[in-house]
Each structure stands twice: as C-alpha cells, then as structure tokens.
Design a protein around this ligand. Structure first.
Ligand code: GDP
Ligand code: MG
Length: 162
C-alpha cells in the first residue's frame, strides 16, 4: 500500500485547501465555517513521480468543545497511522493555544513532522511564518494553499522525509 501523509491542525487553518493543492484538483471540501465533518478523508496523490495517500484529518473534527483533546487525539491517530505528518498552522493568526497543544503531542512523534505555515499569500507575510519556530517543530515552511505559493517546496520537503 502507498505511504500515508496526514494533514493535521485545528479547524479553518486551510487543511482541505492544502489537500486540494497537493491533489491539483478540488476534491476536499473547503468551508468558511470550521468544524464541518466530512466522511471522505483519504485521497490518492502524486508528486515528482511518487504516489502516496494524503489524509485530510478535517474529517475527524468534532465541535469546538474539547478542542484541545480532540486535536491531540487527531495527532495521536496520525502518529499511529501516517508516514509523515504535516501540521498546518494559520501563520496570519500565529500559534494559538490549540496549535501549541497539538505541537506538544507532535514533538514526541517518531513519525516525521513537517510544519506548514499557511496563508502566507505574499512576500511581505514571510516574517509571520518565522514566528512559528516557537512551536519547536523545526523550520516552518511558508505556503499559500489558496494560491500555490511555496507549495512545491513544501511537497519536496514532505517527499524528502517520506
Ligand atoms: P480546514 O478547516 O483546516 O480544512 O480549512 P479550509 O481548507 O476549509 O479553509 C478555511 C478557510 O481558509 C477557507 O475560507 C479558505 O479559503 C481559507 N484559506 C485556506 N488556505 C488559504 C491561504 O493560503 N490563504 C488565504 N488567504 N486563505 C486560505
Ligand atoms: Mg477541512
């Protein structure tokens, strides 16, 4: 079976948009309203001639109640089932307490973690990505899932650790 890349993070950071960017087509449902549960979460993708499965963990999201625990469970499930975990953070907001809670779980991960600093839509916003070094997950990769900026570098890094 194909290697698995799990996309994790709190609601509304752009996980589904990033999945669509990786797929090169709009298949994962993007919502302005956070926390909408979807049934289909696994997609077949390829990049640089390598095939893999990408999992949009948005399908595992419950409501906002108990968000820290829910996100921690999401991360633990990803650690148990994925070959690479991509933590998506909204770099325009910065690290929230929920982001810090999931980062705390992922810092123990034996599965490699790549940190995606999303919503960096312009050069000017790059400094916002650098602030996410504070999560202790290494280099934040600035990306605009919506516009494609930085997506190639992020995918190259994902494949490097896959
Ligand atoms: P999810 O809940 O983490 O799956 O987030 P979604 O992919 O559904 O996106 C949530 C919202 O953020 C939507 O309104 C997206 O259009 C928006 N969004 C996602 N990626 C970007 C980005 O790179 N830049 C900007 N400006 N907005 C984005
Ligand atoms: Mg989603």
């Amino acid at each position: 079976s194909l290697p698995v890349v799990a996309i994790v993070g709190r609601p509304n950071v752009g996980k589904s948009t990033l999945v669509n960017r990786i797929l090169g087509r709009r298949e994962a449902v993007v919502e302005d309203v956070p926390g909408v549960t979807r049934d289909r979460v696994s997609y077949r993708a390829s990049w640089s001639g390598r095939d893999f499965t990408v999992v949009d963990t948005g399908g595992w999201e419950p409501d906002a109640k108990g968000m820290h625990q829910a996100i921690a469970r999401q991360a633990e499930l990803a650690m148990a089932t994925a070959d690479v975990i991509v933590l998506v953070v909204d770099a325009t907001v910065g690290a929230t307490s929920t982001d810090e809670a999931v980062a705390r779980v992922l810092r123990r991960s034996k599965t490699p973690v790549v940190l995606a600093a999303n919503k960096i839509d312009s050069d000017k916003a790059e400094a916002e990505a650098a602030a996410l070094w504070s999560l202790g997950l290494g280099e934040p990769y600035p990306v605009s899932a919506a516009h494609g900026r930085g997506a190639g570098d992020l995918l190259d890094e994902i494949l490097k650790v896959l």
